[in-house]
Design a protein around this ligand. Structure first.
Ligand SMILES: Cc1cc2nc3c(=O)[nH]c(=O)nc-3n(C[C@H](O)[C@H](O)[C@H](O)COP(=O)(O)O)c2cc1C
Length: 311
């Protein structure tokens, strides 16, 4: 089985990816959170830092692009190729209202004619390999059956499917009926993505789809960075390893971000998912959320790791 690390905007930037690779690893491909091309033709400094090869210590990184403008996709791909990348990923899954209202991300799925023309252009002009990360529709899962006809016209590197529709956001359950059909209908390799939070979720998935060769995990890894080791070798997470992993991220954020608030904001996003690794986590979740100074935050984390066991 190949494992991919899903992009999570705001969380899985290079600091998190590097620390994860160092302390846990086991990932075949990492994906950057989306880059949004603009008419200025340059990446923002945040986007550039995230893809600069010298900042990235992971095995294989695929930059992700969010746009519905073929020319912008192509010039951004060229920029990324100049940095040494040979593969890019198109985001057709972002459910956020501001993205969808501009006809991007999962909003692009509703405009099938335009999407087809866009793909025609990028696949004929882009020298890089292109994979797609998609939801199964905007308003209805039935849309997938039209979308797959379009995807099948192009030589995708792979098709990563999060089997929800845009209006689900992260509610409801992944639609496994449509995913099953996708595996049969897709001419490209299919990667499954969605709701693998425990090793049991993974086991159930491969029991149902024994021919599946690639899975992508996002929130499951942030919630438990040890999940892939657990899946592969029943490895038990050690508190010391988690602490070192935490400290590596925390120190790097202090180096690159200005202001205590910005560092705390980043750490709080991680703890939103990761706190559930600890017994009696509710009390600490609240304390972490309320921390306003690094000094207070450090005292809370020290007490958490000192006094509480992992579940
Ligand atoms: C906070 C957050 C940020 C995300 N950012 C991105 C993104 O930049 N690009 C993308 O394709 N998906 C993004 N996603 C979706 C995830 O990559 C993934 O498809 C989704 O979380 C479902 O997988 P999971 O259940 O394994 O987390 C984001 C999800 C969350 C919760």
């Amino acid at each position: 089985m190949k494992y991919y690390f899903a992009p999570l905007e705001g969380i899985t930037g290079y600091i998190y990816r590097n620390a994860y690779e160092k302390f846990f690893g086991g990932i075949d491909k990492y994906f950057t959170p989306f880059i949004v091309p603009t008419s200025s033709k340059s990446l923002t400094s945040r986007e550039l830092k995230d893809v600069l090869p010298e900042n990235n210590k992971v095995t294989f990184l695929v930059p992700q692009i969010l746009t519905n403008d073929a020319n912008k996709f192509i010039f951004t791909t060229e920029k990324l190729m100049n940095l040494g990348y040979s593969e890019v990923n198109l985001n057709l899954g972002c459910p956020s209202g501001t993205v969808v209202s501009k006809g991007r991300g999962a909003g692009f799925l509703k405009k099938r004619q335009e999407l087809d023309e866009f793909l025609e252009k990028i696949f004929s002009k882009s020298p890089a390999k292109i994979s797609i990360k998609t939801r199964i529709g905007k308003d209805s899962p039935d849309e997938f059956y039209e979308l797959i006809k379009i995807f099948n016209k192009y030589p995708l590197e792979e098709l990563i499917i999060h089997p929800r529709i845009q209006t689900d956001f992260y509610n409801n359950k992944p639609n496994m009926k449509v995913f099953k059909d996708a595996l049969e209908l897709s001419k490209s390799t299919v990667c499954y993505n969605g709701d693998i939070f425990q090793s049991n979720d993974y086991i159930k998935l491969i029991e149902e789809f024994s021919n599946l060769g690639v899975v992508m995990l996002g929130r499951g890894i942030i919630s438990n960075p040890n999940i892939i080791k657990k899946i592969n070798s029943n490895n038990v997470l050690e508190k010391e390893v988690l602490k070192k992993f935490h400290d590596a991220i925390y120190e790097e954020y202090q180096d690159i971000l200005s202001g205590e608030k910005n560092v705390l904001f980043k750490m709080k996003e991680i703890w939103f998912y990761m706190i559930h690794l600890f017994k009696d986590s509710d009390k600490f979740a609240k304390k972490i959320r309320k921390a306003n100074r690094l000094r207070d935050y450090e005292a809370i984390i020290s007490a958490l790791f000192g006094e509480f066991d992992l579940i």
